[in-house]
Design a protein around this ligand. Structure first.
Ligand code: FPP
Length: 228
């Protein structure tokens, strides 16, 4: 492959349907989804991807049953708790975007601890989108600018105040499960990203699937509004 994305952003969809097909509770689908995250991280390292972002909990996901929400929080907290050695060994830096203040304290503690301890790692930056929504992020950014008493702004001002200010824009967005929509994920940042919608359900995503996505990406011609 000649052209690789620097930053891949992933909308992990299809956990519920994966579980339903097996007559399992929805949280079993999310648990299998965590395994797919682990496989994807290994594959990103193998293919030399520098940034990967996972949409783990959206501002709209609060509409789900309490038991499902708590299940996701538990999976997240356990995942962060169980993997510091792996992050260290592989040089993975863990970050987040989104407004985490409404999350349970034990989850926030675990997240901030792992972010701090992996801060200097730079083989792969893994960002988790948590209580994240593109519109919410824009509103928070604009409010931050207003507080600085600015009368007129440029796009750079907005960019600098987004949660993603430490990230390059995604080159490739993958949404699994055959749904062709973006669901409020990094709406400003993906203005020029390549979009890829494979049919595979997220818990079945693996190295082979990532390789396929990279192949599709390498054949796309990006013009950013210009000519060749
Ligand atoms: C979408 O599938 C999936 C989610 C909203 C949750 C994803 C969360 C995880 C995989 C756990 C987070 C843990 C870590 C370590 C980041 P869906 O439930 O909408 O599937 P459906 O459309 O088939 O119902």
């Amino acid at each position: 492959m000649t052209k690789l994305p620097l930053h891949i952003a992933i909308i992990m969809d299809g956990n519920g349907r994966w579980a339903q097909k097996r007559s399992l509770p929805r949280n079993a689908g999310h648990r299998a989804g965590v395994k797919a995250i682990e496989r994807t991280l290994d594959a990103c390292i193998k293919f030399n991807i520098k940034y990967v972002t996972f949409y783990a909990f959206s501002t709209e996901n609060w509409k789900r049953e309490k038991s499902e929400i708590n299940g996701i929080f538990n999976l997240l907290r356990d995942y962060l708790k169980e993997n510091p050695e792996y992050f260290k060994e592989k040089g993975i830096s863990v970050r987040h975007i989104g407004e985490i203040s409404p999350f349970p304290q034990d989850l926030k503690d675990e997240l901030l601890k792992i972010e701090k301890s992996t801060n200097k790692n730079n083989s792969l930056i893994m960002t988790l989108a948590l209580n994240y929504g593109g519109r919410d992020e824009i509103v928070r950014a604009v409010n931050a600018i207003i507080k600085k008493d600015k009368k007129e702004i440029t796009y750079k001002d907005i960019e600098k105040n987004l949660d993603t200010s430490f990230l390059p824009e995604p080159d490739l967005v993958i949404r699994t499960s055959g749904e062709n929509r973006l669901s409020n994920f990094m709406m400003l940042q993906i203005a020029y990203s390549e979009l890829y919608f494979p049919k595979v359900l997220w818990p079945d995503f693996d190295e082979k699937q990532l390789k396929k996505a990279l192949k599709v990406y390498s054949k796309r011609e990006r013009r950013f509004g210009g000519t060749k």
